[in-house]
Design a protein around this ligand. Structure first.
Ligand SMILES: [Cu+2]
Length: 181
């Protein structure tokens, strides 16, 4: 195996590891590559995402131009009532943790932006995979960890991140080993 092939494989491994970390950490960059901007269609972006407990929202935008305001309820969301805000952020790279299941409402705090469509409603669901039955009928006695959903989710995320790091380190070692011949 030539050094070029080794390098290609190494890059692929690192990419795979990074993708695995990204997926397992559950980071949602709001609006995708467009970010938190007036022109972004947040309804269609959000409908293509699955928000799970333990995931994070990342709002990326020009600080000073926009902000992130969390609204209290559906009514405030519909009417763009920024006055009832639960929380407000303005760094331009704001992280919001989804700590429990339910619906949350976000809008831009800049005058007029919410009315122009710069608002978003997301629903967080519990657990990891939709195939896992929520009913305790199958193995209620054998899994005491299933009661604390958020804890098990975050430890699973940590485990997957470690696995991803392991893959990268292993590929580095393999490359070193191969380059000796
Ligand atoms: Cu704005």
């Amino acid at each position: 195996m030539g050094p070029k092939n080794t390098f290609t494989i190494l890059v692929l491994f690192i990419l795979a590891g990074l993708i695995a970390m990204e997926v397992e950490a559950g980071q949602h960059v709001v609006g995708g590559s467009q970010g938190w901007e007036q022109s972004t269609d947040f309804d269609s972006w959000a409908s293509a995402q699955t928000f799970k407990v333990g995931d994070q929202l990342v709002f990326k935008y020009s600080s000073g131009l926009h902000s992130v305001v969390e609204l209290a309820n559906e009514n405030s969301y519909k009417q763009c009532d920024i006055g009832t805000a639960l929380d407000s952020k303005s760094s331009g790279n704001d992280v919001v943790k989804l700590t429990k299941p339910g619906t949350r409402y976000f809008a831009c705090g800049t005058m007029g932006h919410c009315d122009q469509g710069m608002k978003m409603k997301i629903t967080t669901v519990a657990g990891k995979a939709p195939s896992t039955p929520a009913s305790p009928s199958s193995s209620s006695s054998t899994s005491p960890s299933s009661t604390t959903t958020s804890t098990s989710t975050s430890s699973a995320t940590k485990c997957h991140s470690l696995a991803a790091i392991f893959v990268v380190v292993a590929s580095l070692l393999a490359t070193l080993f191969c380059s000796m011949f």
